[in-house]
Design a protein around this ligand. Structure first.
Ligand code: CS2
Length: 483
């Protein structure tokens, strides 16, 4: 029986920081990403930039972190098996919104909080992926418009901004860290849609005084498994209930557009932490969403159907390695202009190295989640631009067909697939109700939250052809057939 290990705790010379940030949606990614950059900024330039984490759904993360005074370890995993440990002490506390909504609103309304960051995943914005507008028929949005104690991130943002406006305090800057195109513009849009419905004068104030900079975020952060916790405890001799595993690489590009009322104190010294502060994030976002997330999702659906567990295993298969490289070269790189000074061929090579890291056990199943919320910005935008330019996208059409096969809920061996998606039941129903590949494709293309009518019409033939080939040849052979 291994000796009882000492529990992780706060360093004596590292008192709890005064907080300047509230983070909504405290998951593994932000703890390995935004929290690290802010921690680095404070180490270099100081400032009251502690983070109050907020879990919007469940108490699990809070319960684990509360055992160790909200301190945790990040574990950066090298391809050769080396691991770099970092003790992170930037969290002041973690609140669980459903337990005490008032506590969350009170912290967000405190003028010492100058930034609210978010990682609530694509579905957390309660928007229509095809239009970017707020989905007023979302049951939680309907609830939040009638109740001052919200359920959604959007409800919390607007109700807290309302308190700031009523108190005569400046707003906080809303800094989204989710993988969405023009993510700052998107969250600003859904916040204003909600505010207009609640109180048009509040919407006017947010429109004039609020700031919603867009960002590009990048660090591969696979889910931590229970066996990781045990292994790391033995390895470092300290028990951390909530370690975060991640790749060594990280990149954060942020629009320099923060609430002016706070002046130089509007945000921590992010540039000193290696964040690229720019006037326009769009080229960086488009590059990352299409080159990384577009191939991630394509490999996830096709790799899963071919029986591969992780992205690293998928690209270790030469058929999929060739497929990824061909996607970049033939279908994705020609679809957009890169940020100034960026060589896309080098960027693709670096991505392939990152995907190949065998230490990063990033499951295809995890990436395959919420495809209805991811497809538009990761794959469909590229296809639409290629169609407009008269370029073919056979690989991406096959990826869309693989997503359709995946949400049908049965894999190539006839085994059930646990599909996680806000539209999972509806998508499964549409697929089950249709007989032939062409009918299944037509049924799924009719989901207007994902496919506009115009794009659906252009996808019907090529995706039906890909879907039929997928069913006839299987994923691996169908991929080889494209490459
Ligand atoms: C992944 C992303 O789970 C997914 O959808 O594609 O989380 C990806 O790992 C990150 O965007 C990498 O920066």
């Amino acid at each position: 029986m291994p000796a009882k290990l000492e529990r992780l705790g706060r360093s004596k010379d590292h008192p709890k920081p005064k907080s300047g940030v509230v983070h909504l949606g405290l998951g593994a990614f932000f703890r390995a990403f935004g929290a690290i950059y802010i921690d680095d900024a404070v180490r270099v330039s100081g400032g009251d930039w502690g983070i109050v984490g907020v879990s919007l759904q469940s108490p699990g993360t809070r319960d684990k972190l509360a055992l160790q005074d909200f301190v945790y370890t990040t574990v950066s995993q090298d391809p050769d098996g080396g691991e770099t440990f970092r003790k992170v002490e930037i969290l002041e506390t973690v609140l669980v919104a459903p337990e005490d909504p008032e506590a969350v609103l009170a912290r967000m309304a405190d003028p010492a909080i100058r930034i609210v960051t978010l990682t609530v995943t694509e579905k957390g914005y309660c928007h229509d992926p095809a239009t970017g507008r707020l989905n007023f028929s979302h049951p939680d949005i309907a609830h939040d418009l009638k109740n001052a104690k919200p359920k959604t991130a959007i409800g919390y943002l607007v109700r807290a901004l309302q308190r700031r406006r009523d108190a005569g305090d400046p707003p906080f800057t809303v800094l989204t860290c989710d993988n969405l195109p023009e993510n700052g513009k998107l969250v600003r849009g859904v916040v204003l849609d909600f505010a207009r419905e609640l109180d048009p004068s509040l919407a006017a104030w947010i429109e004039a005084e609020g700031r919603f900079p867009s960002t590009m975020v990048d660090r591969i952060t696979p889910a931590t498994k229970p066996e990781d916790v045990e292994r790391l405890a033995q390895k470092i001799g300290i028990r951390d209930e909530a370690p975060v595993l991640c790749e060594p690489f990280r990149q954060w590009v942020v629009e320099d557009d923060f609430v002016p009322a706070y002046g130089a104190d509007a945000y921590p010294d992010l540039a000193a932490a290696g964040v690229e502060m720019v006037s326009d994030v769009t080229p960086f976002e488009r590059m990352k969403l299409r080159m990384l997330n577009g191939t991630h999702s394509s490999l996830a659906y096709l790799g899963y159907l071919a029986g591969h567990e992780t992205i690293a295993e998928t690209v270790a298969d030469p058929v999929f390695a060739g497929f990824a490289k061909r996607l970049w070269q033939e279908e994705i790189m020609p679809s957009f202009n890169p940020p100034e000074g960026v060589n896309l061929a080098d960027y693709a090579d670096a991505l392939f190295e990152r995907y190949s890291n065998p230490a990063i056990r990033h499951r295809a199943w995890q990436i395959a989640m919420d495809g209805s919320q991811k497809l538009p910005q990761r794959i469909l935008g590229t296809i639409a631009d290629n169609l407009a330019a008269g370029r073919a996208s056979p690989g991406l059409m096959l990826a869309v067909a693989a997503w359709m096969r995946y949400v049908g809920g049965v894999d190539e061996k006839g085994q059930p697939i646990e599909v996680k998606d806000p539209l999972a039941d509806r998508l499964r129903g549409l697929s089950d109700a249709a007989e032939t590949p062409a009918e299944k494709v037509a049924a799924l293309l009719s989901v207007r939250e994902i496919f506009s009518a115009d794009l659906a019409a252009q996808l019907l033939e090529p995706v039906s052809h890909s879907y039929e080939k997928l069913c006839r040849l299987g994923a691996r052979q169908a991929v080889e057939d494209v490459t």
